[in-house]
Ligand binder design. Structure first.
Ligand SMILES: Nc1ncnc2c1ncn2[C@@H]1O[C@H](COP(=O)(O)OP(=O)(O)OP(=O)(O)O)[C@@H](O)[C@H]1O
Ligand SMILES: Nc1ccn([C@H]2C[C@H](O)[C@@H](COP(=O)(O)O)O2)c(=O)n1
Length: 226
């Protein structure tokens, strides 16, 4: 493990459905670290834009409204929650309407600047260290992280995983849109299809969740992986 004064920061990026959230929570729980789901932050401000009925093509109004909002993010990997101006939106941000709309807010560059600053503040406040996951963590938010991973999986596996999670309440076309179309839109503002120099690619297609957690824990300097 790093020395007592060096906080462990593990950065994990990857496309939708590659297993970032499940894996990051598992790694954080195993290593006793905090956990930050930056996608949940983009989802939460998208929930706000929808709740306020904002025109999402009006980038300045969307960014200005979000800049005024208080976001409270709980970083316990056993119970991650997120609130907007005191309203707990942890469940609401997983609604299909939010999934469908989130790229239109996440590609607003002023919103990204705002959320990146908030994410860095959360990372800096995590005394025990933190696992942070998203699309631009290894490259923009925390390129100095101790461990940097690009977690990938075949598109078919990613769609199948999301379909299994959502069940019959969401049809196959909508699930494919949530995974494939969203990646295409999101990749216009964040680079998560190729690993940046120093970033380790982990392919989860044929690995169980526990195996992926083992692999990433094994990348921590002087950690045995179990
Ligand atoms: N290694 C794995 N093998 C099989 N299923 C997995 C694996 N990792 C995660 N899953 C399952 O795949 C689904 C998607 O995982 P998860 O939400 O962690 O992905 P994600 O990369 O965070 O997606 P998104 O970016 O869209 O939020 C979940 O149902 C999860 O349980
Ligand atoms: N660092 C990040 C994290 C997320 N996003 C975007 C990409 C997604 O469309 C959306 C929600 O993320 P998810 O919960 O599916 O991981 O937020 C981003 O642009 N940068």
């Amino acid at each position: 493990m790093p020395g007592v004064t060096e906080r462990l920061v593990i950065a994990i990026d990857g496309p939708s459905g590659s297993g970032k959230s499940s894996t990051s929570r598992g790694v954080a729980q195993r290593l006793g670290l905090a956990y930050l789901d930056t996608g949940a932050m983009y989802r939460a401000v998208t929930w706000l834009a929808l709740d306020r009925g904002l025109d999402r093509t009006d980038a300045a109004t969307v960014a200005g409204t979000i800049a005024q909002a208080r976001l409270d993010v709980a970083t316990d990997p056993a119970a991650p929650t997120i609130s907007v101006d005191g309203t707990d939106v942890t469940t609401a941000i997983r609604d299909p309407q939010v999934s469908q709309a989130v790229s239109s807010v996440a590609t607003n560059l002023a919103v990204r600047k705002d959320l990146i600053a908030r994410q860095r503040a959360i990372i800096a406040a995590a005394e025990r260290g933190i696992v942070v996951e998203g699309r631009d963590i290894t490259t923009v938010v925390a390129p100095e992280a101790t461990v940097r991973v690009l977690l990938v999986a075949d598109p078919a596996a990613r769609v199948a995983r999301r379909q299994a999670e959502l069940g019959n309440r969401v049809d196959h076309d909508a699930v494919t849109d949530q995974v494939i179309r969203r990646d295409r839109d999101d990749s216009t503002v964040a680079q998560f299809t190729d690993a940046a120099p120093g970033v380790t690619v982990v392919d989860s297609t044929d690995l169980t969740l526990d195996q992926v957690i083992d692999v990433i824990c094994g990348l921590v300097p002087q950690h045995t992986g179990s």
